[in-house]
Design a protein. Structure first.
Lengths: 181, 205
């Protein structure tokens, strides 16, 4: 299959199985690493980049993976893929909006999809932890400490994500760059 | 009022929204509320593009329950909703496309630029150290999103089993997410049909 078609198809799958926000990380992670378009560490980078720049994760990931594999045409193909549910299913839903608004079936489907997303995101969380806190094989104590600090800032003190990311970059520079840990 | 003028207005408006959609899709909903619900809307749009709060909530909740990126879906709904009264379903779809295109271009341009610098940036020793720091924040970000997802995820007791099952299938047996989502959909239909027939659960809060 030509590369543009491969990219498009991968992101069609990602688009159709993502229901809001970070629920697309599990499939993005497996599609990107299985095609060799990104390493596991790069998947983490793209999540961080997506949180720092405008636009949702899916579109940002599409641009990143598309640019790296087939430059601008790749980015266009991947973005088109991730937008395919919007351009087809959602356009249809707009035309028949009244039927969708109080749809019992849609509510029933979402009752099962939500816990499924919880399970998948919990799974990808473990894989991401293994990469980010034990990159070289052995667990890195400074990285784990920094992670716990970030968790505390985000969940307990409600610090905004861009601020947390900025602080992590500075502390990373200090711990891993200046001190060479 | 010409429909093509309205299309251009929609495109430019969403181009502006697209520049400020940091950290997920909620900021675009906030911006739409400010302009179309609380504000005066746009003079070139049919009905000034105004929306009621209820209409915006409807767009948002259905946009979230359909697959794909939430803000793409909301943009499509809003464009259709605004243009259809002026020119019928075809103009409605064109309105939706104008909104989606406008909203997608700014983030795509920013990311394209960042990606071209990324490889050079990453190979720099200092940048690599900073990126290692940034990566330690990714798991906490996903974890706090997961905590938010827990709310409303377990409507009936078997939903917990669905979460455990998908976790095991994904993590231990590497089953594709496509199948897991389809499994979730099927489980949702079965679970709801079962519980909605029992009088005690007929009308969940």
């Amino acid at each position: 299959m030509p590369i543009l078609l491969k990219l498009y198809w991968s992101f069609v799958k990602i688009g159709f199985t993502s229901f809001g926000g970070l629920s697309m990380i599990p499939l993005i992670s497996s599609e990107m690493t299985s095609h060799g378009w990104m390493t596991a560490a790069e998947v983490s980078d793209i999540v961080a980049i997506a949180e720092m720049t405008p636009g949702p994760l899916g579109l940002n990931c599409a641009t990143f993976a598309g640019m790296r594999t087939a430059w601008l045409p790749g980015a266009a193909a991947a973005n088109l893929g991730v937008l395919t549910p919007t351009l087809t299913l959602c356009a249809l839903a707009a035309v028949f909006f009244e039927h969708f608004r109080n749809s019992r079936r849609l509510a029933q489907i979402m009752t099962g999809v939500r816990p499924a997303c919880v399970g998948m995101v919990a799974g990808v969380l473990i894989s991401l932890s293994l990469v980010n806190y034990a990159g070289g094989g052995a667990a890195s104590l400074p990285a784990i400490a920094l992670g716990l600090l970030n968790l505390l800032l985000l969940v307990k003190f409600k610090v905004s994500i861009p601020k947390v990311l900025g602080l992590s970059a500075l502390l990373g520079l200090l711990l891993f760059g200046v001190l060479g840990l | 009022m010409k429909n093509s003028t309205a299309l251009r207005a929609l495109f430019l408006q969403f181009l502006k929204f697209g520049c400020f959609t940091f950290g997920g899709g909620w900021s675009i909903v906030a911006q739409m509320k400010e302009l179309y619900v609380d504000g005066k809307g746009h003079p070139d749009l049919p009905g000034r593009g105004n929306l009621s709060v209820e209409a915006l909530l409807d767009l948002t909740s259905i946009g979230r329950s359909l697959p794909g990126t939430m803000i793409g879906n909301i943009a499509m709904f809003y464009g259709y909703h605004t243009m259809r009264p002026a020119g019928g379903p075809l103009w409605g779809i064109l309105g939706g496309l104008a909104c989606v295109l406008g909203m997608v271009l700014p983030p795509a341009a920013v990311l394209a630029l960042i990606t071209s610098f990324y490889t050079a940036f990453r190979d720099n020793l200092w940048a690599a150290a900073a990126m290692r720091g940034v990566r330690t924040a990714v798991v906490p970000i996903v974890l706090s999103a997961l905590l938010g997802m827990l709310r409303g995820a377990f409507r009936y007791p078997p939903c917990l089993a669905v979460a455990l099952l998908t976790f095991a299938l994904y993590f231990l047996w590497n089953v594709s997410c496509v199948w897991l989502v389809v499994t979730g959909m099927a489980c949702g239909l079965v679970i709801c049909e079962f519980y909605e027939r029992r009088p005690r659960y007929a009308h969940p809060a």
